[in-house]
Design a binder for this molecule. Structure first.
Ligand code: DP6
Length: 401
């Protein structure tokens, strides 16, 4: 009898991404195939990442999953879709394999634990990093080497873009089986080192309409969404890729803002309407436009996903002044937490001219809860150090240190 195989454990990390050409609407709910292509920027994992450990063992009697320390229902359809896809790809590889038997068993059950290094309560999109990390980690533990777009995508559409670093496009594809609906890197993270990203955390409230239900309602009722998908996005994808290739910041920034605005317009065109932006989001929009008008140049851009938090793009030489403008317009609350987290930003004064140009009375403190300063970052990583495993030798979550 062969001796018992040891546990196979793998731990990986994956990044958050923020779309500059938005995905909104599916043509196939089951396979998660979009009605338009999209393009995103991968954010640096020093500030925002998901870490996932997967362990397989013949001793496990069922698949189990823990998210941020709490056991969750592994029967959720999206989780099941990812597990099914990975096992299918592993089986396919095994069938094609003519060497030694592979060192893992497909019939083994898997335990998964996943944590975010940022508060889920901040309302930051965690599903993209979460499902990308799940797909990437399961692939390593089951020995799958093929493209993982279809695995991650079936967890959450935008997750396939978190499989790569830098600038990433998700090509919508045409086939009904979704084989050509894949993510691909447009440019690596080293391509535009001056680019900076500020996340303005506006509200920790849970949103009224989730993305899945929201986009379904938009597909059913919004003629503007159909027009956008068919007649606007194709040219925008090409233009955005050009702006990135040429590091044309004003072009990149203007298109990013216009595409965010059009996405939110399709939400308002949905019936009943959906609204993700709040009064603070709108003040941030005005602040950005006034800041740019004062400089006579597009130096800053905003984009908003399905929630009120703003993601700001700018270049390193503008970060300090823009943070000063945010601090002036949205005075920090007095909860003692740091207003600025992440990358260091040297304090800069706000000139009287800029202050006058902003023409904004400060709001009551705490409208913007805090800012996370980050930059473009790499794709998923494998952690070699066994100490990084979130599951112990018994396959259960390690007690938090
Ligand atoms: C507004 O990927 O969360 O952030 O595929 O239903 O899980 P599902 O939706 P999800 O939608 C993201 C929508 C968006 C725009 C984007 O990231 O492209």
């Amino acid at each position: 009898m062969a001796s018992e195989k040891p546990l196979a454990a793998v731990t990986c990390t994956a990044p958050v991404n923020i779309a500059v050409i938005k995905y909104w609407g599916k043509r196939d709910e089951e396979l998660v195939l979009p009605i338009n292509s999209s393009l995103s920027v991968t954010l640096h994992q020093d500030q925002l990442k998901t870490t996932t450990t997967a362990v397989i063992s013949k001793d496990f009697t069922e698949d189990r999953i823990w998210l941020n320390g709490r056991e969750e229902d592994v029967g959720q359809p999206r989780l099941q879709a990812c597990l099914r896809e990975i096992r299918r790809l592993a089986q396919k590889r095994r069938n094609a394999w003519d060497g030694d038997p592979l060192p893992y068993s497909l019939s083994c059950k898997v335990h998964v634990a996943s944590v975010n290094n940022f508060p889920t309560a901040a309302g930051l999109a965690s599903s993209a990093a979460g499902y990308a990390c799940l797909a990437y980690t399961l692939a390593r533990v089951y020995g799958v080497e093929s493209d993982l777009s279809e695995v991650a995508r079936q967890g959450s559409g935008s997750a396939c873009r978190s499989l790569y670093g830098g600038f990433v496009e998700w090509q919508m594809g045409e086939q009904t089986d979704g084989k050509d609906s894949i993510a691909r890197q447009v440019a690596p993270e080293s391509h535009w080192p001056e680019l900076r990203v500020l996340i303005l955390v506006v509200s920790a409230e849970k949103k009224l309409t989730g993305s899945t239900a929201g986009m379904q309602a938009s597909v059913e009722t919004s003629p503007l969404l159909r027009f956008r998908a068919e007649s606007v996005v194709p040219a925008r994808m090409a233009e955005m890729a050009r702006c990135i290739q040429e590091r044309d910041f004003p072009g990149f920034a203007q298109l990013t803002m216009k595409d965010s605005n059009q996405f939110h317009a399709t939400c308002l065109d949905t019936f009943p309407p959906i609204s993700y932006l709040n009064a603070v989001s709108w003040r941030i929009i005005h602040l950005v436009h006034r800041f740019n008008a004062h400089h006579g140049d597009t130096k800053v851009a905003y984009t908003f996903d399905a929630g009120p938090n703003a993601v700001i793009f700018t270049l390193d030489d503008t970060v300090a002044e823009f943070v000063a403008a945010v601090r002036h317009s949205f005075p920090p609350g007095s909860n003692g937490d740091a207003f600025l987290k992440g990358l260091q930003v040297r304090p800069a004064p706000l000139s009287a001219e800029l202050q006058a140009a902003l023409a904004m009375e400060p709001t009551t403190p705490g409208g913007v809860k805090y800012i996370i300063a980050t930059q473009v970052g790499p794709g998923p990583q494998i952690l070699d150090n066994p100490c990084a495993h979130l599951l112990g030798p018994d396959g259960l979550p390690k007690p938090a240190a």
